[in-house]
Design a protein around this ligand. Structure first.
Ligand SMILES: Nc1nc2c(ncn2[C@@H]2O[C@H](COP(=O)(O)O[C@H]3[C@@H](O)[C@H](n4cnc5c(=O)[nH]c(N)nc54)O[C@@H]3COP(=O)(O)O)[C@@H](O)[C@H]2O)c(=O)[nH]1
Length: 667
């Protein structure tokens, strides 16, 4: 590609080439002209001498007399070194004594010398002349020997005059032009290039207007680009909604604080704050109100902080505060309590009534973590503990808590491999008719044979399976296993017992639940009316419209539904009217309390209400005869409990059923 430097190099070669050509033309022209003048001069000298000899000499003596005149001619002409006259092969007269005895051969050498140096016009610098000595014709040759040095000087004058009048001025002009262009064009262009590359050191104004306008527009462009880059950088580090630093900026500032604190050996507190029930606010009051609330909360938190503290929003309803330079943990606790209190004082947003609280997890640097990642993780663990303990509170991270979480994580991994390795078994607990003691069905309850920890009860892994989503896979296995077992008993023993299977809220709400259930019925050719699905009250609470339609759909297949643990959650009688429930299971905790007045009233009210709604009652956790007697007195139809049997492996369970049938047959 052509650059300015290359262009000038080319121009330089063109100028040198041009100068050389013009020099050659000039030199040869001048040399020719000069040679002709010199040749004419020599010729005139030869003619004059020749004429004098021809017209005035009639003997060799008279010729000798001409010597002085010839010598004067030679002396007057700088270009002539010697004039000699040859007669035959003999030089009879010479103005230079050294030449006197030159032979023709020597003169030829001079000619050759002349020819090589100053062209061939000097080849024959001689003239032949004749005089009569008496009547005898005498032929003479007049030979001019040119002065080589003088000739050189004359011809060198051509070169000198060319150098002085053409070459030098041209070269000087070219150099000046180059320097000027370098100063005015090349240097500014280089500055512009550097400016474009580094964006700094804005060059001063240029003299050339076009360059100046390029400089101006580059300056404008870079200014705009810098502004855009800065805005982009800021927006990448700022939360759009609240204007608070986002996770990226928090991590940067936290890393900086950690390096400072590791130097000063100072502690600081990392607070992970999660609003309680924010989803509910969003769902009921709309996202705009939710956003307004988040902005208000950001404002309150900012107002609570001191200059050296950091606050950030992680997105959603998650905030982080990093508090440092507190005097002691009491002061720190005051700050946290104040934040919680301020949040609770928010009672309306956009004219809508709201109730706000938050759960806070705290981890300390360096005790709970020496890097940002560990601090975040541990504060997160502590926050979940605060949630678990009832929300609207602060919980500090402890190593014990960490170990518990680690155990959960390990258990979750084991659960995954447990599903793969089929480490689960179903136990069956009889559902008994209160009046007759007849086993009318069973509840299928899962057990985990852990390879190292032995038999693990469901309470320890079902919540984990729910949180990790593994409950969907596990729940499907339970359904298939229970159905196959029921079919096996029917085929092997002719015992066609209805089975109850627990389905967690997460599994129930899963998009494939209904289709999988249909598929399982089809695959195993199972009669749906032999299956009862037990759900807890949370199924009626979560996304109730969706769950309601699923309940209706499975009911239309012939499956019955039971509401488990009734009375322990947010039970509402209205749910019983709205949702298609066949069986209501009264939780063990109420059955344990049947002797107290309130306990008894509660049980009786539920039973009466359920009967009015055509819903069957199963009392759970019946361990004693007295409890059974009580159930009989209040018209409760069914019970489950250790009084009849604990949950049993399939083989033992069917033996129990056979025994029971045999007893029934005998009575
Ligand atoms: N989603 C699923 N949940 C399941 C599954 N299998 C069990 N579970 C749920 O786990 C919880 C604990 O069950 P488990 O340890 O099996 O305890 C059951 C009984 O053993 C216990 N019970 C029954 N009678 C008595 C009694 O007289 N005394 C006493 N101390 N305990 C008794 O109650 C549990 C059955 O409760 P419920 O389901 O409410 O009828 C439990 O919540 C199971 O639901 C599963 O496959 N999927």
């Amino acid at each position: 590609m052509l650059t300015i430097h290359r262009f000038f190099a080319l121009l330089f070669f063109l100028i040198v080439g041009g100068l050389y050509t013009s020099f050659a033309a000039f030199y040869f022209h001048e040399q020719k002209a000069k040679s002709e003048i010199i040749a004419a001069d020599f010729q005139r000298t030869l003619n004059e001498i020749g004429y004098q000899i021809y017209s005035g000499v009639s003997s060799f003596a008279e010729l000798e007399e001409m010597r002085a005149g010839i010598q004067r001619k030679a002396a007057q002409n700088n270009l002539i070194d010697d004039i000699s006259i040859q007669y035959g092969n003999k030089t009879i007269l010479s103005t230079d004594p050294k030449m006197f005895n030159h032979s023709h051969q020597q003169l030829d050498e001079i000619d050759v010398l002349l020819e090589s140096e100053h062209l061939r016009v000097y080849r024959d610098i001689h003239a032949d002349v004749m005089f009569y000595d008496g009547v005898k014709p005498i032929n003479l040759r007049i030979i001019l020997s040119p002065n080589g040095d003088e000739l050189d000087r004359r011809f060198d004058e051509i070169i000198n005059s060319y150098i002085n009048y053409s070459l030098l001025p041209t070269l000087i002009i070219a150099v000046l032009l180059f320097l000027l262009i370098k100063k005015r064009l090349i240097a500014p262009l280089e500055k512009l290039r550097q400016f474009a590359y580094y964006h700094n050191h804005v060059p001063n104004q240029f003299k050339i207007r076009e360059l100046e306008s390029i400089r101006n527009s580059m300056q404008q462009t870079f200014k705009r680009l810098n502004e855009e880059a800065e805005a982009l950088y800021n927006s990448a580090r700022t939360d759009d909604l609240s204007g608070l630093p986002n996770r990226q900026q928090l991590t940067e500032r936290l890393n900086w604080l950690i390096s400072e604190s590791s130097r000063t050996q100072e502690e600081f507190a990392y607070l992970f704050i999660d609003l309680d029930n924010f989803k509910h606010i969003n769902d009921t009051l709309g996202h705009d109100t939710g956003d307004e609330l988040l902005i208000e909360i950001s404002r309150i938190m900012q107002a609570e902080l001191r200059g050296h503290d950091i606050i950030a929003r992680f997105g959603g309803d998650e905030f982080v505060m990093v508090l440092n330079k507190y005097r002691n943990h009491l002061e720190l606790n005051h700050i946290i309590e104040r934040v919680l209190r301020e949040l609770q004082e928010i009672d309306s947003i956009s004219n809508q009534t709201v109730s706000v609280s938050a759960s806070i997890g705290v981890a300390f640097y360096p005790k709970d973590g020496k890097n940002a990642q560990t601090l975040m993780k541990h504060a997160d663990i502590a926050m979940y503990q605060a949630k678990e303990r009832g929300k609207n509170q602060v919980h500090y991270f402890t190593e014990e808590l960490n170990q518990k979480i680690l155990q959960h994580v390990t258990l979750e991994q084991d659960l995954r491999s447990g599903i793969k390795n089929k480490e689960f078994e179903l136990y069956y607990q009889p559902k008994v008719k209160v009046e007759t003691g007849e086993i009318s069905g069973c509840e299928c309850l899962i057990r985990w044979h852990h390879p190292t920890r032995g038999l693990i009860p469901p309470n320890q892994f079902i919540p984990l399976a729910e949180n990790s989503g593994l409950i969907v896979q596990l729940g499907e296995w339970v359904l298939e296993e229970a159905i196959q077992q029921q079919l096996f008993w029917k085929k092997m023993y002719g015992i066609d017992l209805p089975i109850s299977v627990n389905v967690s809220a997460h599994q129930f709400a899963h998009e494939n639940f209904y289709t999988r259930l249909q598929q399982i019925f089809k695959d195993f050719e199972f009669e749906p009316n032999k299956l009862d699905i037990e759900v807890t009250e949370s199924v009626l609470l979560d996304d109730s419209n969706h769950n309601l339609s699923i309940l209706k759909m499975i009911r239309s297949l012939g499956v019955t539904t039971s509401l488990d643990d009734f009375g322990t959650g947010y039970s509402s009688l209205a749910y019983l009217k709205r949702f298609p429930i066949n069986v209501l299971k009264i939780d063990k905790s109420f059955m344990d309390d049947y002797l107290s007045r309130t306990g008894s009233v509660f049980i009786q009210t539920i039973i009466t209400m359920a009967h009015n709604l055509n819903i069957e009652i199963v009392a759970e956790g019946i361990e004693q005869q007295d409890q059974l007697n009580y159930l009989k007195s209040v018209d409760c139809e069914f019970y489950q409990g250790y009084f009849c049997s604990k949950p049993l492996p399939a083989k033992n369970f069917i033996e129990l059923v056979q025994d029971s049938l045999n007893k029934q047959a005998k009575t």
